[in-house]
Design a protein around this ligand. Structure first.
Ligand code: HEC
Length: 122
């Protein structure tokens, strides 16, 4: 009896540790210290038209955030969000700040935190 209780407790602790580390991985992977709640509002105002609610991208040339993109470093992703970019030969450009010049550095940190929160680490 004591033995099986101990085993059950051990299993519980193991499960808690595993779920805690998964939760941390989802939020820490991008080295972003932003506030994902604030970032969610920005995403849904400025980015969702092209990137979609599910991050898959709504038209040709828009990358799928769930298949590797989020593995790039936070520095590189932030620069691409801030300045825009277009890989030569691709059909569509990422516009600087998603066409919303009012976005601040803090907004960009926050939206990046949301991307990692919602779409993982790549
Ligand atoms: C007008 C459509 C459009 C809007 C609006 C838009 N994007 Fe993009 N985004 C793109 C396209 C197209 C690419 C890919 C460009 C390429 O690969 O050449 C892209 C790429 C990206 C990438 C990948 C960066 C990388 O390094 O590969 C991130 C991250 C991103 N966008 C974030 C955002 C965020 C955050 C917003 C809102 C603030 C936003 N985008 C708004 C079209 C858009």
């Amino acid at each position: 009896m004591v033995r099986s209780r101990r085993a059950a407790f051990g299993a519980l602790v193991a499960a808690a540790l595993i779920s805690a580390s998964i939760a941390n991985a989802a939020e820490d992977c991008g080295e972003s210290d932003g506030d994902w709640h604030a970032g969610s509002a920005i995403y849904h105002q400025t980015c969702v038209a092209c990137h979609g609610e599910d991050g898959h991208g709504v038209r040709a040339g828009v990358p799928d955030f769930t298949t590797g993109v989020m593995a790039y470093s936070a520095g590189s992703l932030s620069r691409h969000i801030e300045n825009g970019f277009q890989v030569p030969g691709r059909p569509l450009a990422m516009p600087p700040k998603g066409n919303n010049p009012a976005l601040t550095d803090e907004d960009i940190r926050n939206v990046l935190a949301y991307l990692h929160h919602a779409f993982g680490c790549g």
